[in-house]
Design a protein around this ligand. Structure first.
Ligand SMILES: [Mg+2]
Length: 408
């Protein structure tokens, strides 16, 4: 009805033109207005550059120019963040510190100062709030912002991203990279594109070209295992991924197949969610030397149970299911879980359950490279805080039989 009124108005504006031409153009306009989504979203993904280590350099300028990582320096420590000098030596997050020392003998290892990182993160979030309250933090140093209707009434999301970057630098002395697009996954990939201190925009009409040249590893939800699977199928790029049918993708990747199908077409309608409920609390550890005996595994589980008890208390998390994750030396992994009638919160209980779960594992003579324990299945009071699902004017997720090749 509204479009029909718009068409009539349009015809009024066309007064004086040949009537048939006026109708034709008006009908086309109506069709476009009907097909077009009500509102194009504007999403920014902000990612602080080498955050922890940059904060350390800020607090101790003598570190600048040296290869530095943040992490616990010890036989079992792993790199939490590496600065760009250290990255030139091939050092990256999650690398064992011992290996990092081998790659760069002059490496400086700094113990983490999480309270300080939180403080800086708060300053950064204050800047975000000057523009929007629709903020979805992914970690201390990363967040999505929905600036479609921003507090400043600014039209261009890229201008907002530029201002945010400048303010972060002024207030904290640190650099951030930002990606701007109409959906979360493209904004995130874009923020990584020109790091450090980068700013990259993916316009809707350029989205497919951009996706064509992405490696499948860059897509949200594609981990190491999935990437290998895709490579075996001869799929290495976004363009090749778009060549697969929905059926092929769901057969190979289950529910995620549909997600990949849509991503390859530039479709990602996930909203920016401002608050999320913690669904689990866990900890895991990768071992430099694979574990072979059950005695060693129990000793390591005892350390993990200790840590988990502390984490559960710090997060006031109450759950009834314990999950044991075991990754073998050949990278195969298995999980076993057990659900109790009561909340699992104390170390003794965690250990009793973990031991029972370990007995269920079929090791097939394989050694173990990673152990993890997680408490999940939160009790009612935890769930009642519920996530805030934001309302966004956007058409429903497209059905596979629709023509989805056009980015809207
Ligand atoms: Mg970062």
């Amino acid at each position: 009805m509204c479009n029909f009124t718009a068409a009539k108005l349009y015809i009024l504006c066309m007064d004086g033109l040949e009537p048939f031409y006026g109708w034709t153009v008006a009908m086309k306009w109506c069709l476009c207005a009907w097909k077009k989504p009500m509102k194009q979203r504007k999403i920014i993904h902000v990612d602080m550059d080498a955050f922890y280590v940059s904060v350390e350099e800020l607090d101790d300028p003598s570190l600048k120019g040296k290869p530095v990582v943040v992490g616990h320096d010890g036989p079992r420590g792993v790199v939490s963040t590496a600065n760009y000098v250290a990255r030139k030596y091939g050092i990256h997050s999650a690398l064992p510190i011992a290996m990092a020392h081998r790659l760069c003998p002059k490496l400086v290892v700094v113990e983490p100062h999480f309270n300080r990182y939180k403080e800086v993160s708060r300053q950064v979030h204050e800047i975000f709030h000057e523009y929007t309250d629709l903020i979805e933090p992914l970690s201390l140093d990363e967040a999505y912002l929905d600036v479609t209707d921003n507090k400043r009434g600014m039209d261009m999301a890229v201008d907002i991203a530029r201002e945010i970057k400048q303010k972060i630098r002024q207030v904290t002395g640190l650099t951030a990279s930002a990606g701007v697009s109409y959906c979360k996954f493209l904004a995130k990939v874009a923020s990584d594109f020109r790091k450090p201190d980068g700013l990259c925009t993916v316009h809707p009409e350029r989205a497919l070209d951009f996706i064509d040249n992405l490696k499948v590893e860059q897509l949200w939800g594609v981990g190491e295992k999935t990437a290998q699977h895709m490579h075996k199928m001869g799929v290495f790029t976004g363009k090749q991924l778009r060549g697969l049918t929905l059926q092929q993708l769901t057969t190979q990747f289950g529910k995620m197949g549909r997600v990949f199908y849509n991503f390859a077409r530039g479709i990602d309608n996930r909203p920016v969610v401002t608050e999320w409920v913690r669904k689990s609390v866990g900890c895991e550890r990768t071992y430099l030397k694979d574990l072979t005996s059950q005695e060693d595994m129990l000793a390591e589980l005892d350390i993990l149970a200790d840590e988990l008890e502390g984490r559960l208390a710090r997060n006031s998390f109450k759950g009834r299911t314990l999950v044991l994750k075991v990754k073998f030396s050949d990278f195969q992994q298995t999980t076993h879980s057990i659900t109790e009638n009561i909340v699992i919160e104390h170390k003794d209980k965690i250990m009793t359950l973990a031991k029972a779960l370990l007995d269920e594992v079929d090791f097939q003579q394989k050694s173990v490279r990673l152990l993890g324990i997680t408490v999940t299945n939160p009790v009612e009071e935890e769930m009642q805080r519920g996530p805030v699902q934001l309302y966004i004017e956007w058409p429903p997720f497209p059905q596979p039989d629709e023509d989805t090749t056009q980015v809207t």
